[in-house]
Design a protein around this ligand. Structure first.
Ligand SMILES: Cc1cc2nc3c(=O)[nH]c(=O)nc-3n(C[C@H](O)[C@H](O)[C@H](O)COP(=O)(O)OP(=O)(O)OC[C@H]3O[C@@H](n4cnc5c(N)ncnc54)[C@H](O)[C@@H]3O)c2cc1C
Length: 614
């Protein structure tokens, strides 16, 4: 087959995962070609909550400030509120069933700020993707092609060969790439390679309406990132609808655009045309008949809970929805996809630059698949947990309309019984922190079992089975714990010191030798001592690097003053020396740790792909 173009990395799919991969690769000096079959980025708002880990990644590539500026201010996206309706005049209409601080907002702020320098962002994909696209295009002019579709691909031991159609002209051309990132949402690449999605197949369909409307008169609060309406209909059943402010220039109750979300069984959804969907949503929200609401678009999304049985086939890697798909509860889909892309990009860049061995690429699936499995399980628990919460109202799917109306009336009555019912309902709703407060899930995953992490024999930190509490740890394989450091006159945080594509060594106060060994190996390095007792730090011996100071870091690092941690370019601890070892010099330890972290140790049993590449 004749080849029209050759590129180191071909990215298939211009959603959040693919576009971020393009940006990160460009920042690491890797040329890539991204093809996206649609003429534009997403036409639907879709996912919007960006967690602290994603914001850390975006900050590393100079995107966080723009995302924060385009999205909602934190005080407009800090709670989740459950309501009985927007309109209506029954005794139980327009009531707040429950309100909770969510996604690092309100009373959660301090706990989240202790875990990361970056707060959650809130910006729908409709607005996020053009921002990512602009950055990708600026970094790789001509290398981001919308309305170009992957038709098929083949691979041998040296190359992947892809046929691509320019959908504007109809021209089909052939691209040869060393590696392919399948970021296509699972539409083409995985299936073409025989990858199977295992788990819970499609069990419901989400129907999202993107609307323009003024709902400010129906809402008394201004801080909800998500409102959820559970309305009792005329025939005494609960109908549910998410009401999500989407800005884009004013937020909270004065948002001009909204996503309204309903779920149906796949069979029911198929029987509903768009007019029926709109009428159903208006009725659930109990909107007055004359209340203006412009429907911009309606999207339908089959929801499953599945993980690909392989994240890699030869030279092709799957990221994002191509590798894992699950309900939106907990806002984990886009976040996990973008974090996949970040995990993979530095590895591809290092292998292409020759600073890492091909075995490093083996760690992508070893590290990201367990994360995806946990995320999918969590999203399913969260989705099904919604059922128990509304059951706590006493309204039953098998109750008579009269019974159900009586339950909801009693719930809001100003009586001792009403007070008790509301307290019990609060207990049900509190279980939803597994959806809105899961800091441990977002930041607490680890790659301790990765082949490219050097274990130090330490025990794992405690794990909160609910994923709510986060126990930061500098154990190899864990995310570099966040801590503020003083570097000369500057206050910086630990993740700030990690530069794209570069390893970082943080040594204890007595670690000048570590700094010298790391600097000789071309690694960024700092000594970090405890917070100095006085504004004037003690004089340092001549020729030594002045240490950074960080009280929290000294508590979190888990090594002695003459120990060190080696941090990967993606902000994950690769190795930790508890103290300087007299038998193995610092340079030797560092060399060994770097060999493991970059896949340059001989794998004991190479995979077929790696066998082919060497
Ligand atoms: C309709 C819909 C609504 C959603 N709503 C929500 C929501 O409300 N909340 C939430 O949390 N999550 C939602 N999600 C999920 C969330 O949007 C995804 O988790 C996220 O988009 C994953 O990003 P991605 O880049 O991995 O994949 P995608 O965003 O799916 O991007 C994949 C891209 O690949 C392109 N592509 C596919 N095949 C080819 C090919 N052969 N050649 C070139 N390009 C190709 C597609 O056109 C697409 O643009 C929704 C998803 C969908 C599909």
């Amino acid at each position: 087959m004749s080849v029209d173009e050759t590129v180191p990395v071909l990215i298939v799919g211009g959603g959040g995962s693919g576009l971020l991969a393009s940006v990160v690769l460009a920042d690491l000096g890797v040329e890539s070609l991204l093809v996206e079959r649609h003429p534009s980025t997403s036409r639907h708002p879709k996912a919007h909550i960006l967690n602290a880990r994603t914001m850390e990644v975006l900050a590393k590539h100079g995107l966080a400030d723009e995302v924060y500026a385009a999205g909602s201010p934190p005080e407009r996206s800090s709670a989740m509120v459950w309501l009985t309706s927007l309109g209506g005049d029954e005794p139980f209409d327009r009531k707040v069933l429950h309100r909770v601080d969510a996604y690092g907002g309100g009373a959660l702020r301090e706990r989240y700020a202790a875990a990361s320098a970056y707060r959650h962002g809130n910006l729908g994909q409709l607005w996020l993707e053009p921002l990512l696209r602009r950055h990708a295009e600026e970094r790789t002019p001509g290398g981001v092609r919308f309305h170009h579709e992957l038709l098929d691909l083949t691979q041998d031991e040296a190359w992947v060969t892809a046929r691509i159609r320019d959908r504007d002209t109809g021209r089909v051309y052939t691209v040869r790439a060393l590696y392919v990132i399948g970021a296509d949402g699972g539409k083409t690449v995985g299936a073409a390679l025989g990858v199977r999605m295992a788990g819970t197949p499609t069990f419901s369909e989400w129907i999202n309406l993107h609307v323009r409307s003024d709902f400010s008169a129906f809402l008394d609060h201004d801080d909800a990132v998500v409102n959820r309406v559970s309305a009792l209909t005329g025939d005494g059943r609960f109908e549910h609808c998410g009401v999500v402010p989407m800005g884009p220039d004013s937020w909270g109750r004065s948002s001009r655009e909204w996503t309204l979300m309903v779920t149906r069984s796949p069979g029911e959804a198929a029987a509903l045309d768009d007019d029926a969907v709109v009428a159903g949503v208006r009725s659930t929200l109990k909107l007055p008949a004359d209340h203006p609401m412009e429907v911009v678009s309606i999207s339908r999304w089959p929801v499953e809970g599945t993980v690909a049985d392989r994240f890699r086939v030869g030279r092709v890697f799957l990221v994002g929805d191509a590798a894992h798909r699950h309900p939106p509860s907990g806002a984990l889909g886009l976040n996990t996809g973008m974090q996949d892309a970040h995990n993979l990009a530095w590895k591809l860049a290092a292998v292409l630059a020759g600073t890492a061995g091909p075995a490093l690429l083996r760690s992508y699936e070893a590290e990201r698949r367990p994360v995806a499995e946990r995320v999918v399980r969590r999203a399913l628990y969260s989705a099904f947990n919604q059922i128990s919460m509304t059951a706590g109202t006493g309204v039953s799917p098998v109750g008579s309309p009269a019974w159900n109306r009586a339950q909801l009336t009693a719930l809001f009555a100003d009586t001792e019984d009403g007070e008790t019912r509301r307290a019990i309902l609060g207990e049900y709703f509190a279980t939803n922190r597994i959806t809105t407060e899961h800091l441990g899930l977002e930041l607490g995953y680890d790659y301790a079992d990765s082949p490219c992490v050097l274990p130090d024999g330490s025990a794992p930190p405690p794990r909160d089975p609910l994923g709510v509490d986060h126990h930061p740890s500098a154990r190899p394989g864990h995310r570099l714990p966040h801590a503020w450091l003083r570097l000369g006159d500057e206050r910086v945080h630990t993740h700030h010191l990690v530069r794209p594509g570069r390893f970082l060594l943080l040594a204890g106060a007595a670690g000048q030798g570590w700094v010298e060994a790391a600097t000789a190996a071309g690694i960024d390095a700092y000594r970090v001592g405890p917070q100095p007792p006085s504004p004037t730090p003690p004089a340092e011996p001549p020729g030594s690097t002045p240490p950074a100071h960080g009280g929290d870091w000294s508590r979190l690092r888990g090594h002695d003053d003459d120990g060190a941690v080696l941090v990967r370019p993606d902000g994950v601890i690769a190795a930790r020396a508890h103290r300087a070892d007299a038998r193995e010099g610092k340079s030797q330890w560092l060399d060994r740790a770097l060999r493991v972290a970059t896949g340059r140790t001989e794998p004991t049993t190479p995979t077929p792909e790696e066998g082919q590449q060497r």
